[in-house]
Ligand binder design. Structure first.
Ligand SMILES: *[C@@H]1O[C@H](CO)[C@@H](O)[C@H](O)[C@H]1NC(C)=O
Ligand SMILES: *[C@@H]1O[C@H](CO)[C@@H](O)[C@H](O)[C@H]1NC(C)=O
Ligand SMILES: *[C@@H]1O[C@H](CO)[C@@H](O)[C@H](O)[C@H]1NC(C)=O
Ligand SMILES: *[C@@H]1O[C@H](CO)[C@@H](O)[C@H](O)[C@H]1NC(C)=O
Ligand SMILES: *[C@@H]1O[C@H](CO)[C@@H](O)[C@H](O)[C@H]1NC(C)=O
Ligand SMILES: *[C@@H]1O[C@H](CO)[C@@H](O)[C@H](O)[C@H]1NC(C)=O
Ligand SMILES: *[C@@H]1O[C@H](CO)[C@@H](O)[C@H](O)[C@H]1NC(C)=O
Ligand SMILES: *[C@@H]1O[C@H](CO)[C@@H](O)[C@H](O)[C@H]1NC(C)=O
Ligand SMILES: *[C@@H]1O[C@H](CO)[C@@H](O)[C@H](O)[C@H]1NC(C)=O
Ligand SMILES: *[C@@H]1O[C@H](CO)[C@@H](O)[C@H](O)[C@H]1NC(C)=O
Ligand SMILES: *[C@@H]1O[C@H](CO)[C@@H](O)[C@H](O)[C@H]1NC(C)=O
Ligand SMILES: *[C@@H]1O[C@H](CO)[C@@H](O)[C@H](O)[C@H]1NC(C)=O
Length: 573
């Protein structure tokens, strides 16, 4: 599958600023911290008054004696080795000053000083003396310093507000090399909402896409059996209902994120996220049932993988997770066997959050779908089945202890509605090949409607008040009619919801055969605007429980299966 090729047209002009430089102290009211990994790049810039930001690294004149590299909030011991620099910490008071920390001394790049005192333990390990000895100055006393990452609790009036600007991307190197002109200092006029990903024909930034592993599943979504006792002329039998989903998913994704706010006031509404994605969804849904009743598999997670995290400590974290969900719901009162293919290709998919009308989109196309349906024709009954294959990317966001998430759902679904009016003497014989089936004898009739749908939705979890739950955006939603036909006599009956909106053949044929309805196949109106997404979104957040309590043994003889539909349908046409 081709990877999407994107680049950042306009992101923060951080290249114009001094990069994260461990030899230059953060003493001038600005401090930058860079994140680099094979899969992600990011930069965080703090800016405020001269006294609001200081530096506990070697460059800032400090030697840290005791610290815990894996802890965030902690007490450290530190000693000044260069009084020309370290005193900057005390400018206007050390408390409430945000300090840069060495990588090996904290899990956090920055913390706020809440307390500083002459430590009772004045010992300095011999190995740490070198720095201040070299300077020959008077030895300062060892300080105890309490560091906190509860920035929201800091007293901002002591040093004034600090602005934090974060930008990050799955595309290594992109941010620093694609500076936007005309925006000289991030602390001034930089417009965080101008981030955009735009398509580009060159292949130079291919490496920015995270290719999700190609995954093939053969998953049993539902499997229940009931031992049915003899009832009237129905002999005892072991009834089963099995729903399987075979699927292959390939996908690739890239993203860029920006965040700009006042450090002490977490504000998720100042976050922008742009994601580009390609995906190829193939699947075959199989249902095999000789029980009646309803079933709900609930949302089954087939596969889940965490993608590289943009980790700026407690100030900002973005952790995407890729999960493939599947779900099926069915209500059956006849014996049924069915296979329906799900086939979709998504290329150049683009999500922009917060939602803005035009920027999101992509090319979403259905492929050829094989459908097969067999049912028992001499029972009157309905069957309906909805199944979903739903790859999802969840961008989990954590800002100063508040968490939220922005999700992207690619919801491919298949839906079957079957309404049968059986007759004891009736039967439906399979058509010779392709799409046709013939009703023979008298009585057996019905309608079958098979469709697939694709809904691409994005939205935010509700956790943080600032994020409106209704900020959902549907990038794409469409239902594709694969097969829709009525057969047999008596299909004009209207007592079923399922066939209410069915196409009616213009001619009432005596002894009709399915082929006479062929003309109706594609002439039915497609279900435009069918709101798959609403259902999908609702379903997603309110996790449905697996439920098979509704299954019962049939009380009438279900009879043998006959093929009703066997066809390959190109939903795109
Ligand atoms: C860090 O700053 C020093 C002094 O300005 C400079 O010589 C050095 O090249 C800088 N290093 C990086 C990696 O920018
Ligand atoms: C902040 O520090 C810079 C560089 O050290 C200095 O030029 C500037 O005057 C200082 N500003 C204030 C308000 O102290
Ligand atoms: C360092 O901090 C981590 C996380 O808070 C903690 O589990 C660990 O015990 C600490 N190590 C020491 C030596 O205190
Ligand atoms: C810490 O000790 C030094 C002398 O070593 C003293 O001058 C200073 O006032 C003390 N600071 C505090 C906060 O007690
Ligand atoms: C910090 O910014 C907030 C929001 O703009 C403002 O309400 C507050 O007064 C500012 N605090 C200081 C100390 O400037
Ligand atoms: C916050 O800092 C200001 C200025 O230093 C001070 O007047 C005020 O009392 C402090 N507030 C608290 C709650 O400590
Ligand atoms: C930022 O850019 C967006 C889109 O380009 C624009 O609508 C908005 O007015 C800009 N905001 C500022 C503060 O310039
Ligand atoms: C369904 O479950 C039964 C027993 O639990 C098992 O023997 C059978 O293989 C399962 N069928 C499928 C298709 O998973
Ligand atoms: C149903 O299955 C059970 C266990 O596999 C078996 O003992 C029983 O004979 C079966 N009943 C029928 C009617 O096939
Ligand atoms: C999934 O891929 C495997 C191997 O490429 C193939 O054999 C299988 O038919 C595919 N399944 C579907 C449902 O496309
Ligand atoms: C359907 O047609 C294909 C090719 O025309 C043939 O290979 C296949 O055997 C036929 N199937 C049936 C059930 O007749
Ligand atoms: C329909 O049911 C009757 C008896 O109820 C049975 O004889 C007949 O074989 C059934 N037809 C099919 C196709 O199973």
């Amino acid at each position: 599958m081709a990877l999407p090729v994107f680049f950042l047209a306009a992101l923060f002009p951080l290249a114009a600023l001094a990069a994260n430089n461990w030899t230059v102290p953060c003493h001038a009211g600005e401090c930058q911290w860079d994140l680099k990994s094979n899969h992600a790049t990011g930069t965080m810039l703090l800016s405020g008054s001269n006294s609001s930001i200081s530096d506990l690294t070697t460059a800032g004149g400090w030697t840290i004696l005791d610290c815990n590299a894996t802890a965030a909030d902690q007490e450290i011991r530190a000693v000044c080795h260069d009084s020309s620099k370290c005193d900057h910490l005390n400018l206007n008071g050390a408390e409430n000053t945000v300090v840069r920390l060495p990588n090996d001394c904290s899990s956090e790049p920055f913390a706020v000083v809440t307390r500083i005192w002459n430590h009772t333990d004045q010992s300095i390990p011999a190995g740490r003396r070198s720095l201040w000895k070299r300077r020959g100055g008077l030895q300062r006393s060892v300080q105890g310093i309490t560091l906190s990452t509860n920035f929201a609790a800091a007293n901002a009036s002591q040093h004034g507000n600090i602005t934090v600007v974060v930008s990050g991307s799955s595309m290594p190197g992109v941010i620093l090399s694609q500076a936007a002109p005309g925006c000289e200092a991030a602390s001034q006029a930089c417009n965080t909402s101008s981030v955009s990903l735009s398509s580009r024909s060159s292949a130079t930034t291919k490496s920015g896409s995270i290719s999700l592993p190609d995954i093939a599943f053969d998953t049993n979504l539902f499997n229940a059996s009931i031992s049915c006792p003899q009832s009237g002329d129905v002999p005892a039998f072991n009834g089963t209902i099995v729903v399987d989903l075979q699927s292959n998913v390939t996908a690739s994704l890239n993203y860029a994120v920006t965040y700009k706010t006042i450090l002490f006031i977490p504000d998720l509404s100042s976050l922008t996220l742009t994601a580009g994605f390609d995906a190829d969804l193939r699947g075959t849904l199989s249902l095999d049932a000789d029980l009646t009743g309803g079933l709900t598999t609930g949302e089954v997670s087939l596969y889940s993988v965490g993608l590289p995290v943009l980790d700026f400590g407690s100030i900002f974290k973005l952790g995407p997770t890729f999960t493939i969900f599947a779900a099926a719901d069915a209500v059956l009162d006849t014996k049924l066997e069915m296979d329906v293919d799900l086939a979709y290709t998504i290329s150049g998919g683009q999500l922009v959050f917060p939602p803005s009308s035009s920027a999101s989109g992509g090319l979403f196309s259905p492929g050829t779908s094989n459908i097969k349906l067999s049912a028992s024709p001499n029972v009157t009954g309905n069957a309906s089945l909805v199944a979903h294959l739903k790859p999802t990317v969840d961008f989990g966001v954590s800002i100063l202890g508040h968490t939220s998430g922005i999700y992207l759902d690619l919801d491919a679904s298949a839906e079957l509605d079957l309404a049968l009016t059986g007759a004891a003497t009736g039967s439906v014989s399979a058509g010779t090949n392709g799409t046709s089936a013939e009703a023979t004898g008298t009585g057996a009739s019905g309608c079958v409607d098979i469709s697939t749908g694709l809904a691409v939705d994005a939205g935010a979890d509700v956790d943080l008040i600032i994020f409106k739950a209704g900020d959902d955006v549907t990038l794409f939603s469409k239902k594709f009619e694969l097969f829709s036909k009525c057969f047999g006599v008596g299909n004009e009956r209207r007592d079923s919801d399922l066939d209410r909106d069915y196409y009616r053949p213009r001619r009432a044929l005596p002894g009709p055969s399915l082929s006479s309805f062929e003309e109706g196949w594609r002439t039915r109106k497609r279900h435009e605007g069918h709101n798959l997404s609403e259902a999908a979104a609702g379903r997603r957040r309110v996790a449905q429980k697996r439920d098979d309590g509704g299954l019962t043994c049939p009380t009438v003889l279900l009879g043998a299966l006959v093929s009703i539909v066997e066809a390959a349908v190109d939903a795109a046409t």
